[in-house]
Design a protein around this ligand. Structure first.
Ligand SMILES: Cc1cc2nc3c(=O)[nH]c(=O)nc-3n(C[C@H](O)[C@H](O)[C@H](O)COP(=O)(O)OP(=O)(O)OC[C@H]3O[C@@H](n4cnc5c(N)ncnc54)[C@H](O)[C@@H]3O)c2cc1C
Length: 406
């Protein structure tokens, strides 16, 4: 039996970030994960400015940024935005491309040697007010003051302690990811491109093209079922399916070639119930999933871990015991649930905005189109301050409420 203060189960993004933060803060921590190196896995493939600002609060941005490709420093540094087939804005780049395994492995490299890594699966868990017991697939056991459950969507350990996973929206969205290059020699004219759908029946949220190292990565977000024949078609001939879905895309990209494999993965939205328990706290996807199209899962991970490791764990360890009312302080933290609620609301809003017919949704789409066009025009005319003002959250809210009232 090994004793520690914190046992982290799961060394994905959430668990590795927590291990790096706690290890650097000198908290006795053990990280448990069966993979010595995080394997290739289709998940988040870029960080935006909002995610980066939360990452900065963890103190770990310096460990991650060198492994990313910033679109603002590639080609002309401009991220193009197209809607309904029209190029409406060329804004400064602001995304940091990185494959998920590279992201997690960069985070793991930031974990100090004082944090032991157990290369095993946690297979047994008992929790209580004082000490928690974790048994591992390699036959060893760990006793900890606190268990941080960061094991992503798994359910087996949750079942053991009576935490339920409730799916609130099965197959909420599907992500397809692949590399592209121009069919003819040369490079794309843009550093990055986000392309919003031309028609609602296409059941598409958007296509985003962004650099990762020397490749142009494509993430296509759609709202379909896994048995939709369209998925079979895009696997067989991705280039043809892309242009069939977005005929005007070719005007911006020219002819393209899809390079390497295409990965396709659905995402369910789910939440946890019965998680307010002594001795155990859930973070990242172990607590609740997010919609890949909404693009806030990584922000949710960083937000959870930053609050937990900067605020709550230091407070909890100032007194003995780990009763449920201590743990509840994390779930009741307005910064934590505020982010979670906004992420969940945006997942549904984006889906409706992308696929719902009817006057209200059409009006909102057109208002967005006009607003984004205005931003682009202002930027072209050199009125950067006006462009930024129109792009601000306040104005986005105003446009939304106008659509809601209609
Ligand atoms: C297809 C897809 C695309 C996405 N795209 C985006 C995006 O564009 N932007 C965005 O912000 N978010 C995106 N997300 C969401 C984001 O990637 C996730 O929210 C985030 O990766 C969750 O990290 P995590 O550490 O909680 O879970 P994971 O990364 O799943 O880590 C879980 C870890 O736990 C380990 N584990 C499991 N069981 C055990 C056990 N019993 N014992 C020990 N270890 C265990 C696993 O090996 C793994 O290492 C996407 C998600 C998906 C599925």
């Amino acid at each position: 039996m090994t004793d520690t203060d914190v046992a982290i189960i799961g060394g994905g993004l959430a668990g590795s970030t927590a291990a790096a933060m706690l290890g650097r803060a000198g908290v006795g921590t053990i990280l448990i994960d069966p993979h010595p190196i995080y394997p290739p896995d289709l998940r988040c493939e870029k960080l935006d400015g909002g995610q980066l600002s939360i990452l900065c609060k963890t103190g770990l941005a310096d460990a991650i940024l060198p492994a990313t490709t910033f679109d603002g420093s590639t080609r002309d540094g401009k991220a193009w935005v197209a809607r309904f087939g029209h190029l409406i804005d060329k804004r400064p780049g602001g995304q940091y491309g990185i494959l998920y395994d590279d992201l997690v492995n960069a985070m793991r490299a930031a974990i100090p040697p004082s944090v032991p890594r157990m290369i095993a699966k946690a297979v047994g868990l008992t929790v209580g007010d004082d000490r928690q017991q974790v048994s591992l697939s390699n036959g060893t056991s760990i006793s900890a003051r606190l268990v941080v459950l960061a094991h992503g969507p798994s359910v087996a350990l949750k079942d053991q302690v009576g935490i339920q996973r409730t799916v609130t929206s099965p197959c909420h969205s599907i992500t397809a990811a692949f590399d592209i290059k121009p069919a003819h020699a040369g490079a794309f004219d843009f550093a990055a491109l986000t392309y919003y759908p031309e028609r609602t029946p296409d059941r598409m949220a958007y296509l985003t093209l962004f650099p990762i190292r020397t490749s142009m990565r494509a993430n296509l977000m759609v709202y379909r079922t896994m048995d939709d024949p369209w998925l079979r078609d895009i696997r067989r001939d991705p280039g043809r399916s892309l242009f069939a879905l977005m005929p005007n895309l070719r005007r911006l990209t020219g002819d393209i070639e899809v390079v390497g494999p295409i990965k396709i993965r659905p995402a369910d939205l789910y939440v946890s119930k019965g998680h307010r328990q002594a001795g155990i706290v859930l973070v990242g996807d172990a607590f609740a999933s997010s919609c890949p199209a909404a693009g806030n899962g990584t922000g949710k991970v960083f937000n959870d871990v930053e609050r937990l490791c900067n605020i709550h764990i230091p407070n909890w360890f100032m007194s003995s015991g780990m009763a449920a009312d201590k743990i509840a302080q994390f779930y009741d933290d307005p910064v934590k649930w505020g982010y979670d609620e906004a992420a969940a609301a945006f997942a549904y809003q984006l889906r409706s905005m992308s696929i719902e017919e009817g006057f209200t949704w059409s009006l909102q789409r057109y208002l967005r189109f006009i607003a984004r066009g205005a931003i682009g025009s202002a930027r072209r005319l050199g009125m950067i301050a006006i462009a930024d003002r129109v792009a601000s959250e306040e104005w986005t809210q105003r446009l939304r409420s106008l659509g809601d009232r209609a």
